[in-house]
Unconditional design. Sequence first.
Length: 168
Amino acid sequence: MNYLDILLFIPIVYGAWRGFKKGFIIELFTLLALLVGIYAGIHFSDFMSEILRENLSMTSKYLPAISFTITFLAVGAMVFFGGKMLEKVIKLAALGPFNRIAGLIFGATKMLFILSAVLVIFESIDEKNDFIPQDLKDTSLLYGPVKHTSLSAIPALKYSSLFVKTFQ
């Protein structure tokens, strides 16, 4: 175990602790709020732009960004508050310990995927191994498994031009 393993292990433990503290439902719905909010912002911001243009006579060059932000925040908030309501139901059903343990696992897994994405992007930029020497990567217990986590979850990544060099 080298210092690279420690640098990878600390965020995973932090993610697990945060997941335990918040619980599975809130961790899941926070991630869903982000993903659904981005999706809605991309696909429905034109509709929101039209509403703002017609009802408020807005013609700013920033209208697309404003529309995306409004859509993202509105949809993200709805998903998040839906999760808060579900969490209240779970508390009433006395499933608190399950919620916390599942939150611990989900929080650690979520952080693992974030680290994996960061490592893949970083490695595609650091082709000459200037920042992290290859021998340090080779002796690390966590570097390889963490890096390949995103590929095992999303196999299509290995065909992406950004990631082709990383997974050879």
